[in-house]
Design a protein around this ligand. Structure first.
Ligand code: FMN
Ligand code: ATP
Length: 367
């Protein structure tokens, strides 16, 4: 269990339902990326926690007490507070089923940051294991949502599926939850064009390019280097956040010192190559305002210097100083070009000079 706090606001992170604060208003799903579609699903839960929908006077049903579908989960409450909660799964269900580690758009720390900025009070990580994956939709609602999380309200997207073999739909959730007097908001699917999709069905296949905003679409967009579209789907710039570690220190010899970033192991990387970026240097003291700089970034193996592993390095424009050990937030703005093997360092230097000129131009016009 963690309680991550910054600037007075905090998100309670519970690694099991026993550690969760209750009662809850719940947004349900994987929420990797916390994209525009996810943000719409989270919105009703925030309103509910503020008491804007008239609920918020619920009393806890004692842990372990048997609950019958006819029994309302809303009893008079002592504190009257309903915690706005995102309920998600850990590990990502796909990782559990395939056994392969999955790179994430928002590893845990970043997801918590994003949820905090939206005003979410709590993140509950349901351990996704054989037992949870085998729960029927009925049992998932009764045991996890009602009994353990004392749920007062639920919000999901139109294509939400849950329970064993993803058998339950958003409509099924609405019917099951109604038996406990829990209202379920079903959020229409948000698309890239702003249209709403009418049809959706539960399936485990990767989505086709239908414009529906999804984690999968954003991953594909980043893999293709279309940063502008990825940023539009996310509702903010895609960022790489990490600590600066020593590199080979060759960059300074060609006039372009670079900060080598150590990222969370499970961070999803976009297409290899060179990018125009904005860089926030996070200071140790929280009261200091973060400093924002323009920069160029390379993601790749550095074939010109016979690099052996992939690295992420940033050169800050018009900046000099020591960044070792500092935390950087790198916001991707535009993909400039693929990485190349140059015959000599001099040719690489000339190309990086050009990259800086192009980046400066782009960054002066685009946000
Ligand atoms: C904007 C930018 C573009 C780069 N482009 C390439 C490239 O096309 N090919 C390549 O081999 N290395 C490229 N690099 C990586 C350089 O080879 C690397 O910065 C240099 O070797 C210094 O590495 P070091 O920080 O480990 O000392 C680029 C670096 C930057 C900052
Ligand atoms: N574009 C969208 N519009 C409305 N709701 C959405 C949208 N995308 C996801 N949701 C809803 O947000 C919640 C979390 O979504 P989830 O992360 O599980 O799926 P996703 O973003 O579609 O990712 P994936 O591509 O991995 O399926 C679910 O309730 C889901 O139905």
């Amino acid at each position: 269990m963690l309680n991550l706090s910054q600037n007075g606001c905090s998100v309670w992170v519970a690694s099991s339902t026993e550690l969760a604060r209750t009662p809850t208003a719940i947004a349900l799903g994987k929420f990797d990326g916390v994209h525009i579609g996810h943000q719409k699903v989270i919105q009703p839960v925030l309103q509910s926690a503020r008491g804007e929908d008239g609920r918020g006077t619920g009393e806890k049903i004692p842990e372990g007490a048997p609950i019958h579908p006819s029994q309302s989960s809303t009893l008079p409450s002592s504190s009257g507070h309903i915690y706005s909660t995102v309920v998600t799964f850990d590990p990502h269900p796909q990782e559990f089923f395939t056994g392969q580690p999955r790179a994430l758009l928002t590893p845990l720390d970043e997801k918590v940051q994003q949820l905090r900025s939206l005003g979410v009070e709590q993140l509950v990580l349901l351990p996704f294991d054989k037992e949870l994956s085998a729960l029927s939709p009925q049992d998932f609602v009764a045991k996890i949502l009602v009994q353990q999380l004392q749920c007062q309200k639920i919000s999901v997207g139109q294509d939400f599926c849950f329970g064993k073999k993803r058998m339950g739909t958003a409509q099924d959730l609405q019917i099951l939850a109604a038996q406990y007097n829990i209202p379920v908001t079903i959020v229409p699917l948000q698309t890239d064009t702003g249209d709403l999709l009418k049809n959706s069905s539960c399936s485990n296949t990767e989505p086709i390019e239908d414009g529906r905003i999804s984690t999968s679409l954003i991953r594909q967009t980043l893999e293709a280097g279309d940063i502008q579209r990825a940023n539009r789907l996310l509702g903010r710039p895609y960022t790489l956040t990490g600590v600066v570690i020593p590199g080979q220190q060759l960059g300074r010899t060609i006039g372009f010192p670079t900060a080598n970033l150590q990222l969370p192991k499970d961070k999803f990387l976009p297409l290899q190559g060179v990018y125009a970026v904005r860089v926030i240097i996070l200071n140790e003291t929280p009261e200091n305002l973060p400093i924002q700089n323009l920069g160029v970034m390379n993601i790749g193996n550095r074939p010109t210097v016979n690099g052996t592993h992939s690295s992420v390095e940033v050169h800050l424009l018009d900046w000099s100083g020591d960044l070792y050990g500092k935390n950087l937030v790198v916001q991707l703005v535009k993909f400039l070009r693929p990485e190349q093997k140059f015959p000599a360092l001099e040719a690489l230097k000339t190309q990086i000079q050009l990259d800086c000129t192009v980046a400066r131009e782009i960054l002066s016009t685009q946000c």
